[in-house]
Write a protein that binds this ligand. Structure first.
Ligand code: G3I
Length: 455
């Protein structure tokens, strides 16, 4: 358990469990003019954390720092192992709004672009927090601060509208005794958290809105109960909240409590996703990493796990060697313990309850050039699915992909992408060949996108 002066032991955030399955079973192939549509199978891969987690529709993520993206050992390792990214500092308030109403999305966009160019999803972190406020915000109070918080949420979420999987809307707003933490935000009125969530929903209805905190791992701990009661109250009154993040910083001597799974399942029972959002463990205890992973996979709505850094040398607590890779990028024993747990549940996940996208492939796409775009099914989860696209006939192609509303294209890889809207993607080669991919959040419409290929 962390104390206010010690580094926090964070409770795990558990993103909603997307019961995913990898697309299975080859299906029909349609070659229609310039566009061929192929339903194909994808097999479970289980040699990396992301692939192992994906077998049960979960993700495995890491915190990424923009300043390390020129370190090829770091990026190679991160790209290989993870499929979710949280910007460690670059989307925080001081980074995105250094002067009031003057926004800087450069570093945040660096992290975002790196993630999506490697086929990863992104968690936004964080919009309203007592810490890492820019100086101008620290000096505000009352209505001026409330309005500044609202404006910040609106502007930052507008920038990333339709692009992120989750947003940590409010971070670390409770004391250890379960009461609200005193802060300039809290002093604007006890309703500041729900105002933040309502503002967030209005700003971007496509992203899941999370409350994120540490030391909410132990079900019988007062802080856990304080947060639980707030989420229960929000759900009962219709305040928009979709997920709870248990940071799960088991550092500074704290350890995974025996009732950790009860905490996860209790939050999930309120109707929210749960995720472990900032995991690290003192000296990377294999038994604790194994236990926290098992607790997550045992709860359907525990949607994923994010570790707070790639290698020990990247950790905010590097002296405790708390991560899954050593400073040289070697897998530690804890890595194998996590991978083994993820693989042990890999094949046991039930299929999605909704129709697979293979049921509604496009039927008409007239030729518009000397190239052909062939679409193949990739992984499928409850809320989204991947497609792989291979272009033949040209190396200087432009593919325009249009997905029917309310579906959205939320990630791409191996292309240079421009986005006229969340429904329209213009893809050009980025030097990595002619096979590329997209993730589509279906929002209830599984109809595959249409594509046209021009040269
Ligand atoms: O980049 C500057 C550098 O230019 C300067 O020389 C140096 C001097 O101190 O500071 C550097 O910035 C530091 C930054 O990390 C990047 O390393 C900040 O001082 C330091 O405060 C900041 O710490 C971050 C901390 O949040 C701030 O609260 C950690 O990296 C980050 O891992 C940590 O993450 C938090 C989560 O957001 C919320 N949950 C707890 C978690 C761990 O504390």
């Amino acid at each position: 358990m962390i104390t206010p002066s010690a580094p926090p032991r964070r409770a795990t955030k558990v993103p909603r469990w997307v019961r995913g399955v990898l697309a299975a079973g080859a299906a029909s192939t349609l070659a229609l003019g310039a566009v061929a549509v192929v339903s194909s199978s994808a097999s479970a891969a289980a040699s990396t954390l992301g692939a192992a987690a994906a077998q049960s529709g979960r993700y495995f993520g890491t915190a990424i720092s923009a300043g390390k993206l020129n370190d090829s050992a770091y990026t190679t390792l991160a790209a290989r192992e993870f499929n979710m990214v949280t910007a460690e500092n670059e989307m925080k308030i001081d980074a995105t709004e250094p002067s009031q109403n003057q926004f800087n999305f450069g570093p945040g966009d660096q992290v975002y672009n790196w993630a999506v160019s490697h086929g990863m999803q992104v968690r936004g972190h964080t919009l309203a927090w007592h810490s890492q406020q820019p100086g101008w915000m620290q000096s505000l109070s009352g209505t001026a601060l409330r309005n500044a918080m609202i404006n910040h949420i609106q502007k930052v979420m507008a920038h990333y509208q339709g692009k992120l999987a989750y947003w940590d809307v409010v971070n670390e707003a409770f004391n250890e005794d379960g009461s609200r933490r005193q802060s300039n935000l809290q002093a604007t009125g006890n309703d500041w958290i729900e105002v933040a969530f309502r503002t967030a929903r209005a700003a971007d209805s496509s992203v899941k809105l999370c409350y994120n905190d540490y030391n909410i791992d132990n079900w019988s701990y007062a802080k856990t109960q304080g947060v639980y009661n707030m989420v229960r109250d929000f759900k009962s009154r219709g305040v928009p909240i979709d997920c709870v993040g248990l940071q799960a910083h088991f550092t500074g001597g704290s350890s995974v409590p025996s009732n950790f799974q009860t905490t996860i399942s209790s939050f999930a029972a309120l109707g929210v996703d749960v995720a472990l959002t900032e995991v690290d463990v003192t000296n990377a205890s294999t038994s604790q990493y194994s236990a926290l992973t098992q607790a997550c996979v045992n709860v359907a709505r525990c949607v994923g796990i994010t570790v707070w850094g790639v290698r020990d040398s990247d950790s905010w607590r590097s002296g405790e060697s708390p991560l899954l890779f050593d400073g040289s990028g070697n897998k530690k024993a804890a890595y194998n313990s996590v991978l083994n747990v993820l693989n042990s549940v890999g094949g046991s996940t039930p299929p999605p309850t909704t129709a697979a996208p293979t049921t509604a492939a496009p039927t008409t796409n007239p030729p518009t050039g000397n190239c052909t775009a062939t679409i193949s099914a990739g992984s499928i989860w409850n809320d989204r699915y991947n497609l792989s696209i291979t272009v033949t006939g040209s190396t200087t192609w432009t593919v325009t992909m249009t997905v029917p509303t309310p579906a959205k294209i939320i990630a791409t890889w191996n292309i240079t992408a421009t986005w006229p809207s969340s429904q329209v993607l213009i893809a050009k080669p980025n030097g990595n060949g002619n096979t590329w991919g997209v993730t589509i959040q279906h929002n209830g419409n599984w109809t595959w996108p249409t594509v046209t290929c021009t040269t």
